[in-house]
Design a protein around this ligand. Structure first.
Ligand SMILES: Nc1ncnc2c1ncn2[C@@H]1O[C@H](COP(=O)(O)OP(=O)(O)O)[C@@H](O)[C@H]1O
Ligand SMILES: [Mg+2]
Length: 260
């Protein structure tokens, strides 16, 4: 079934078509057809357990490591169906970066966290590392604070700084898409606002998909919102429309706080 209502007028970067995902016999994502617009922030909202993280993990095939997962349908990124078994996973994961709920810097120095992926993928010569570290720390607005302690452990940073560092680490691989799964849930409200401001900067260059169960965050920080409920995409649209004039009763119930 095609759902024209889930389409936007923007150029899309991810298109799913009749996407279904099963964990063994459990049908976790049901017939999801949607288009995620390029260089925008798209929020996926919905109550706990509705499939938000599962959907996000489809986009860089992180679910593949879970035994018993089966997917049907199509997920196109840049015109390639990434569910195709022949897809180049290393290239896919470079193109589609991920930031997690709890900041997970490597137990290495700040400097080495930034250069880790570059070294693995042999993207740059070592002599360029200093310039690159400065560039990416600038991009996440950490450079001024950290330039004198680049060789300190990343684990000594505040949680907000750790999360910024993890975002910078994802950026080093030159992704097109950044997936963020509840990236502020370990942060206080001020740090949360500052990460949201950073997302506004990043969307000039990247397409961002953020999962959040914080409706205020989705309303503040995203351009488009998709509401998932029990594995189905109930509604997708411009964020202001979803929050002020939802088309579906189920969306209205959720955003007016009747459950979730
Ligand atoms: N590895 C797994 N194996 C089996 N079921 C899972 C697994 N991961 C998630 N699920 C189930 O899939 C559903 C969606 O989970 P999830 O995507 O984590 O939801 P959300 O992120 O919205 O809280 C839940 O019912 C959850 O119990
Ligand atoms: Mg989740």
């Amino acid at each position: 079934m095609d759902d024209e209502r889930n389409m936007t007028n923007e150029k899309s970067i991810i298109k799913t078509r009749n996407l279904n995902l099963f964990y063994e016999n459990f049908h976790a994502l049901i017939d999801i057809t949607m288009e995620i617009p390029e260089q925008n922030i798209t929020a996926i909202i919905g109550p706990s357990g509705c499939g938000k993280s599962t959907l996000l993990r489809v986009f860089n095939r992180m679910n593949d490591v879970i035994e018993g997962v089966r997917m049907e349908g199509e997920v196109d990124i840049d015109g390639q169906n990434i569910l195709d078994p022949a897809v180049d996973m290393v290239a896919l994961r470079k193109k589609v970066g991920m930031v997690f709920q709890r900041p997970n810097p490597f137990p290495l120095s700040i400097f080495d966290n930034i250069t880790f992926g570059l070294e693995i993928h042999r993207l740059t010569q070592k002599k360029n590392f200093e310039v690159i570290v400065e560039h990416f720390l600038e991009q996440v607005l950490l450079w001024d604070d950290l330039k004198d302690k680049l060789h300190k452990s990343a684990l000594s940073l505040s949680l907000e700084q750790q999360q910024r560092l993890c975002i910078a680490r994802a950026l080093t691989l030159n992704p097109e898409i950044i997936l963020m799964d509840e990236p502020c849930s370990a942060l206080d409200p001020i740090a949360t606002m500052r990460i949201e401001e950073l997302m506004q900067e990043l969307k000039k260059e990247y397409s961002i998909v953020i999962v959040t169960h914080n409706m205020q965050q989705a309303a503040r920080a995203s351009d488009y919102t998709g509401y998932l409920y029990l594995g189905r995409l109930i509604e997708f649209g411009v964020t202001s429309q979803i929050f002020t004039a939802p088309r579906e009763k189920l969306t209205e119930n959720y955003i007016s706080g009747r459950f979730g």
